[in-house]
Design a protein around this ligand. Structure first.
Ligand SMILES: [Zn+2]
Ligand SMILES: [Zn+2]
Length: 191
């Protein structure tokens, strides 16, 4: 769905959509499962910078909700998670700030996005909002055993024999050193 400034100037657009998987390109970070609900309103906000300098910003306010599959952070098996978020965003024409480099940028302005040409697409906005709302780390279960660093087996389903093999002699040397240090520390002084 495209929001064109000249159309929004005439009247705001209220939308209530269900987007099929694939409509929003999420790359490899997440896969949409089932419909993505998007509800909201797009309108134009005029920034009056001077008598003849009026900038037409697009304000997009709404909410999305859907189910997504993301890889487990330890074993990379897909995990289905629900995601939803509210957004209230301002997009300024990309040309509006091109020559205004001296203007001081206040904190709220750093949140402003830009649109190219005559408008923006809802799908592009949703793509960014979904990716921003992804959890930093998702686990398939709290005690996921992850992949074996030696053979790559998924330790939740395929026990491997890597741990049963002889341990590395270098680690044994370190373990012996540590036990000597610990025993030295608790040795009472004899003056
Ligand atoms: Zn896992
Ligand atoms: Zn292994």
């Amino acid at each position: 769905m495209e929001f064109i400034v000249s159309e929004l100037e005439r009247e705001p657009i209220d939308f209530d959509l269900e987007l099929a998987p694939g409509a929003v390109d999420l790359g490899e970070e997440a896969a949409q499962q089932g419909p993505l609900e998007a509800v909201g309103r797009a309108e134009v906000l005029h920034e009056h910078r001077g008598p003849r300098d009026i900038v037409a910003d697009i304000r997009l306010k709404g909410r999305f909700a859907g189910r997504f599959e993301v890889p487990c952070a330890r074993c990379i098996e897909p995990v289905e998670i629900p995601l939803s978020a509210d957004y209230d965003l301002i997009f300024r024409p990309s040309s509006a700030d091109a020559e205004a480099t001296e203007r001081s940028i206040t904190a709220p302005e750093t949140e402003i996005g830009y649109y190219l040409g005559d408008g923006l697409s809802l799908e592009d906005v949703l793509r960014e909002q979904v990716l921003l709302s992804l959890p930093v780390k998702t686990l398939c279960k709290p005690d996921c055993k992850g992949l074996c660093p030696r053979c790559g087996a998924n330790r939740n389903s395929q026990p491997c024999n890597c741990d049963a093999g002889p341990s590395d002699p270098r680690w044994e040397a370190l373990a012996g050193l540590r036990s000597r240090i610990e025993s030295a520390g608790i040795t009472p002084r004899t003056n």
